[in-house]
Design a protein around this ligand. Structure first.
Ligand code: DX5
Ligand code: ZN
Length: 233
């Protein structure tokens, strides 16, 4: 796969929230592709983060896609709010929705790209009957709820299985679905993850941890290091 097809999506969960607009603009200026936006509700996951108001606030800071990862239950009520707030991609966990097909449709109807998120223990079967409604599959390589956790190695085998399903679907339909990974991604493991078939990489602590406390809080060297790994597969 060519370098241009790889997406790097820094998670603002690890950004400096007191300077969030600048943090968003700076990772994109440093070469990132998407802004990953982690929404936690202290119910589906044991942490509480940010909602549509913050999405709306950062929307003018970049033209890059905002990739909203919903870790909330219920799912459906909040989808239109994120679409109105400027989200481009909205993904959710199938266990958090009573009607997965309906939630996917709601996201598309709101004008966004849609996707399902798989926890480490969640079987991939959830995608089987809804691929036509999916633009992105997001594999969790940590248990959701917190940044800065260690990559779970078993996710590599799962990524290969997901890649095989998505390749078969692309063959049959002519439509390519992205395979994104989230949790514990860094410059030391990104190449191995890409070789397992992943083409979009969320990185929170690895990116923002590398520059947020520096005066300029720029991220060119860490994003350059991630890209260099992807260039040498
Ligand atoms: C975890 C979140 C991740 C998190 C990744 O529930 O979904 O997006 O911010 O952080 P790192 O890259 O530090 O594991
Ligand atoms: Zn996430």
């Amino acid at each position: 796969m060519s370098q241009a097809n790889f997406v790097i999506a820094p998670s603002i969960l690890s950004a400096n929230f007191a300077r969030l607009g600048e943090e968003v603009a700076n990772v994109i200026a440093s070469g990132a592709d998407w802004i990953h936006f982690d929404v936690m509700d202290n119910h589906y996951v044991p942490n509480l983060t940010i909602g549509p108001l913050v999405c709306e606030a950062i929307r003018p800071c970049t033209t890059a896609p905002i990739d909203v990862h919903l870790m909330v239950k219920p799912v459906d009520r909040i989808i239109p709010d994120f679409a109105k707030a400027g989200a481009n991609i909205i993904t959710f966990h199938p266990e958090a929705s009573e009607h997965v097909d309906r939630s996917l449709s709601l996201i598309r109807e709101a004008g966004c790209q849609s996707g399902l998120v798989f926890n480490p223990a969640t079987p991939l079967d959830y995608m089987d009957h809804v691929l036509d409604k999916i633009d992105v599959i997001l594999l969790m390589s940590v248990n959701p709820g917190f940044g800065g956790q260690k990559f779970i190695p078993g996710t590599l085998a799962k990524a290969r299985l997901a890649r095989a399903k998505l390749d078969a679907y692309a063959q049959a339909s002519g439509r390519r679905i992205r395979l994104e990974i989230d949790g514990g991604v860094n410059a030391a493991n990104i190449a191995e993850i890409a070789r397992a078939g992943v083409d979009a990489f969320v990185a929170g602590s690895a990116v923002y941890g590398a520059g947020k406390d520096s005066d300029a809080h720029r991220y060119d060297s860490i994003i350059g290091a991630l890209r260099e790994q992807l260039a040498n597969l």
